[in-house]
Write a protein that binds this ligand. Structure first.
Ligand code: GMT
Length: 377
């Protein structure tokens, strides 16, 4: 394939969409494309030097008269500046609003023929899509993009239901970097955290927003722990943390719940875990579940959004109804009490990643989209 100049915009802070954008940029660079990140700070997973990855910072003017700093305008101007100077072939933005709108505006300012690819990640549709004041802007961003992808079939359907755009939306699943996400020897961590060999380790990783239903995770864990020795690793931080800490205290399980805060090197934490819990009420994909599965950790998730496209119920994990805490605990115990069943789930989890969500396969799907657009007359 012809090597392209590709701009990428995402929210660079911790979050699945930023992770995917940063890792996609690295894989594209490894395939010989020239990558220009145009973001408000360096994407947090972008921690290796590549000669063909550039980073252009969006500076927002703090002019006192502005009640709200104009990030969108600053980003559009930066996209225009970079696109024009570097002659970008493609601008790939993650999130319909504001990023697709900024790319459309940037392209108009730059007056060049660059193509715009927009990837929908979830909350831009499943939360903002319910706001009537934003729905037309989201529809505009989608319809004016040259190609639109979404991270699951469920999200494609939700976008059509909520936003009703006249545009083809293609599912391109998320992926993990298999070189990073694999089972590693991190047994020293167990000792350091004071986790006993006989204890099962459950893990939850998220940004602790209300949609993640972390209290359900804690309640399900408390039921498991009534039956077998177990520890819960809570990884991440966010608005629900106070509620979660209070619940842990009220349930008197403080000594078995470890609040680890925001962490890198998640593969080490997954490698000491036996089960991942993702009990969200909205989840367009569930990248954290995929990362855990890549390390051989089965996952129990809610039967919501894109989670059933990641968890194959009864094969590599289990699905439960939202809020079915007793069901989650019962399924976790079933797995822990049957080592042969557990082993088959763990192997199936790894296989799902290498077959359905293999990074090279997903990379190729994005490359084909870019290729088709730049070859259009
Ligand atoms: O889940 C979040 O709160 C973060 C959000 C984001 O923008 O990073 O995650 C969304 O995108 C991820 C990557 O595609 C998906 O794995 C998450 O399922 C999705 N979150 C929701 O739909 C709530």
């Amino acid at each position: 394939m012809k090597k392209l100049k590709i701009g990428i915009t995402c929210y660079p802070t911790v979050g699945g969409s930023g992770v995917i954008a940063a890792e996609l940029g690295q894989l594209l660079a490894e395939n010989g494309h020239e990558i220009h990140f145009i973001t408000s700070s360096v994407p947090f997973r972008l921690n290796k030097m590549y000669h063909n990855i550039y980073y252009h910072q969006v500076e927002v003017n703090p002019y006192a008269v502005f009640q709200y700093p104009p990030y969108d305008i600053a980003l559009a101007s930066k996209i225009a500046e970079v696109a024009e100077r570097e002659k970008l072939d493609v601008m790939h933005v993650h999130y319909a609003i504001p990023h697709a709108i900024c790319a459309i505006l940037g392209k108009m300012m730059a007056k060049i023929g660059m193509k715009i690819v927009t990837t929908l990640h979830g909350t831009d549709i499943t939360v903002l899509g319910y706001d009537p004041s934003l729905a037309s802007a989201i529809r505009f961003g989608i319809e004016q993009s040259d190609a639109v992808t979404a991270v699951s079939n469920a999200l494609v359907q939700q976008t059509y239901d909520l936003i009703q755009p006249q545009k083809k939306i293609t599912t391109v699943y998320n992926f993990v970097d298999e070189r990073v996400y694999r089972r590693v020897n991190a047994s020293h961590l167990k000792k350091e955290y004071g986790i006993l060999e006989k204890e099962k380790v459950l893990i939850h990783v998220s940004n602790f927003r209300a949609v993640k239903r972390v209290p359900d995770v804690v309640r399900a864990f408390a039921k498991v722990r009534e039956q077998i020795p177990a520890k819960l690793l809570l990884v991440g931080d966010g608005p629900e943390m106070t509620v979660v800490s209070r619940l842990v205290r009220d349930l008197h399980i403080e000594k078995d719940v470890l609040f680890l805060g925001k962490q890198d090197q998640l593969e080490e934490l997954y490698s000491i875990s036996d089960l991942m819990l993702l009990l969200s009420e909205k989840e367009s994909f569930g990248l954290a579940a995929l990362e855990a599965m890549a390390c051989g950790v089965p996952c129990i998730g809610t039967d919501i959004g894109g989670i059933p496209e990641v968890i194959d119920d009864g094969r590599n994990g289990y699905l439960c109804q939202l809020g079915d805490i007793a069901g989650v605990a019962e399924k976790a115990l079933r797995l822990f009490r049957d080592p042969a069943l557990y082993d088959s789930f763990s192997k199936a989890a790894e296989k799902t990643v290498t077959e359905k969500f293999y990074s090279k396969k997903i990379l190729r799907q994005y490359e084909e989209i870019y290729e088709q657009l730049v070859n259009e007359v």
